[in-house]
Design a protein around this ligand. Sequence first.
Ligand SMILES: [Zn+2]
Length: 206
Amino acid sequence: MVPPVLPSDWYQLPPSLPEWSEERWLERGYSYYQQIQPLIPYRHLRFDIDSAIWRRRLVWIGQNIHRLNQRLWELTQSCFDCFLTTCPPIRPWAFPLGLVLQPDLKLAGLCNLDISPIALIIDVGQISPEDWLRVVVHEFAHAVSGAGHGPDFQSALTHLCIGLGFPPPVTLSNAQGLRQWPPYRPSRQTTFWSGEPTYGSSNLII
Ligand SMILES: [Zn+2]
């Protein structure tokens, strides 16, 4: 695969990794949170910088976000490779969506079409690592077809599923079915974003 053009520091390690204090990692994690938050088209995010659990999450995000984003970028690149024509600029970002949004939204990913590059926000903590590409595929289909789950979306999603080896959604005749395609295996977001192993050594693939 051609090495991706790294769009920002959030896709690569800071140079002084071993010498950073926990407080500095926390600042890096919080800086990431602040930069991604405006990309999320929802208000009233559940977030408390003063809570111990969020501080732990932010330290872990500061230490690991480049690995998550780098992996998402590779998966996004495989979606770009399915199209012969030029796609709009699209950037994936890992973010604990499920921990900041109201639980009833149940979103593992979203596509913000109102900004450029188009932002794919993926809560990798909610998705079994083997299935991250499935959620990237769904959001990428939105990025090239627009909002909603109509015929244009189904066409883009079918194209991506065939190209990447997933069953195409040919039997799904309603938007509700397309909304959840391709299906993915869930994971435990609370342990993931705190840096606790949730699936043994498979965590290392990220
Ligand atoms: Zn959708």
